[in-house]
Design a protein around this ligand. Structure first.
Ligand code: FMN
Length: 177
C-alpha cells in the first residue's frame, strides 16, 4: 500500500478478534517494527545516541518471545500466556498479540535517569508508529499503550533491574460487529 494511503488509514482500535496472526504476517510486522534494514545493523526505526536500546517482547497465547533482528527470529523467553498482564484494559488478554517494548537501561548509563527514560520513550514511539502503519496497510487493528502495571509486568517478564518496560502495543484483527 502506498505510504500516503497507510497514513490515511492509521488509527487506534480497542476491539480485537481472537483470530491468530499468520506467521508470515507476524514476521513482516516485526521487521516493519524494528527489523534491520542496512548492513550496519541499524533498523527501520531510528535510535537516540546511536544506541539500540529497545527489545520487542512478543506475548502470545503460546508464551513470550524476544524478537532477535539479526537472525530475524523469535527467541523463547517464557512459556506461559501472560497477555492479560501486559495492560490494564480487558482486550489485552484475548487479542492474539501484545508487543511489550523493553529498554536496556544499562546501554544508556552515560545518561541521567530522566534522559534515559526520554530516549527510551522516543525510540519506542518510532517503533510504535511503524507498527501502526504496517497494521493500516494490512487491515490489522492496533493500539499503542501506556496503561500498564509497570512493576508487575517487570516482575512477570523477569527483567533485570536495569531493564524497563516503556510501552506496550496490542495487535490483531479488528473485531467485526
Ligand atoms: C504515549 C501513548 C500512550 C497511549 N496509551 C494508551 C493506552 O494505555 N490505552 C489506549 O487505549 N490507548 C492509548 N494510546 C492511544 C491513544 O489514546 C490514541 O492514539 C489517541 O486517542 C488518538 O487516537 P488515534 O490513534 O486513533 O489517532 C496511547 C497513545 C500514546 C501516544
Amino acid at each position: 500500500m502506498p505510504l500516503m494511503n497507510a497514513l490515511k488509514l492509521r488509527h487506534s482500535t480497542r476491539e480485537f478478534s481472537d483470530r491468530p496472526l499468520p506467521s508470515q504476517t507476524l514476521s513482516d510486522l516485526l521487521w516493519a517494527a524494528f527489523g534491520i534494514n542496512r548492513p550496519n545493523g541499524y533498523r527501520t526505526a531510528p535510535c537516540g545516541r546511536y544506541i539500540i536500546a529497545i527489545d520487542i517482547y512478543v506475548a502470545m497465547n503460546n508464551g513470550v518471545w524476544i524478537y532477535e533482528p539479526k537472525t530475524h527470529a523469535l527467541l523463547p523467553h517464557l512459556s506461559s500466556d501472560i497477555r492479560a498482564q501486559t495492560g490494564l484494559q480487558d482486550f489485552v488478554g484475548t487479542a492474539p498479540l501484545n508487543l511489550v517494548y523493553v529498554a536496556h537501561g544499562e546501554r544508556l548509563m552515560d545518561e541521567t535517569h530522566e534522559e534515559r527514560r526520554l530516549l527510551a520513550s522516543v525510540d519506542t514511539g518510532f517503533i510504535g508508529q511503524n507498527v501502526y502503519l504496517f497494521c493500516a496497510s494490512e487491515g490489522l487493528a492496533t493500539v499503542f499503550r501506556g496503561s500498564v502495571d509497570y512493576p508487575k509486568l517487570q516482575r512477570t517478564l523477569k527483567l533485570p533491574r536495569q531493564q524497563f518496560v516503556t510501552f506496550a502495543q496490542t495487535v490483531g484483527y479488528p473485531r467485526r460487529a
